[in-house]
Design a protein around this ligand. Sequence first.
Ligand code: NAP
Length: 251
Amino acid sequence: MNVFIAGGTSGIGYSLAKHYLSKGYCVGICGRNLAKIEENNFKNLQAFQADVSDMNSISSVLESFLLDKQGLDIFINCAGSYAEDVAGNISYEEAEEMLQTNISGTVNCFEASRKAMKNQKNGSITVVASVSGILEYENSSLYTKTKRSVIQIAEAYRRALKPFGISVTTIAPGYVDTEKLRQLNQNNLGKKPFLTNLETATHIISEAIENKEKLIIFPTKMKWMMRSLSLLPSSLLNMIMFRKAKWMKND
Ligand SMILES: NC(=O)c1ccc[n+]([C@@H]2O[C@H](COP(=O)([O-])OP(=O)(O)OC[C@H]3O[C@@H](n4cnc5c(N)ncnc54)[C@H](OP(=O)(O)O)[C@@H]3O)[C@@H](O)[C@H]2O)c1
């Protein structure tokens, strides 16, 4: 089996790469900074430098990975840019990177992977969104708005790619204990509800891909919290989410 993971140089993406390597699959990963890869000497691992916000960049590394292979079985887009904009302001540069990576990057990854799978009549494409994109409310952060777009872009591709035998899985995780999340929170994840460890997240995501699920929200407690919140009138939901943001800001 051949698996390619965009945004596979760290965190959830790298953990998924190790999971598939342990099953004997051939795995390609890409990111902008290959120096951050923890361990890069696995026999079946190929790492490429690429920026998902650049269509040529992601297409050409995927082509290089597939040169000596018989097709692409699984493509996972984990590339994402996030900042603590729930609790504070973000710079123009952070906002631009978020939009480029999370929105243009999502479309570019769908385009590059669907072209690679087009003539196979099978294949699975997965995108990692966020549980924060599940709810629609006025005061949500820019990150949340981009992840809501990711969920909707994936829905459109799911419908469009079905006739080609290509499945699309959307992953909407709650908080996952990664280096990046720790860096953004001064190594203190005490205020993150229902935190999931990386191993559990990797297991849930790989199962969802294997079962060709459409949308997975985890952990279960977070899923039920989102379901309950979605039943509230929008004014009340806005107020609750505003208070949550203030509470997260005040350490
Ligand atoms: N951790 C959480 O609590 C959580 C919760 C919900 C959703 N998520 C989502 O899960 C995904 C992974 O998050 P993580 O916590 O594992 O963070 P992470 O370690 O920072 O992973 C992000 C990956 O994306 C790559 N990347 C970022 N921008 C890119 C670009 N423009 N082009 C190519 N690669 C790019 C990064 O590599 P380079 O720096 O080398 O480019 C890295 O490999 C993200 O989409 C995030 O939004 C995370």
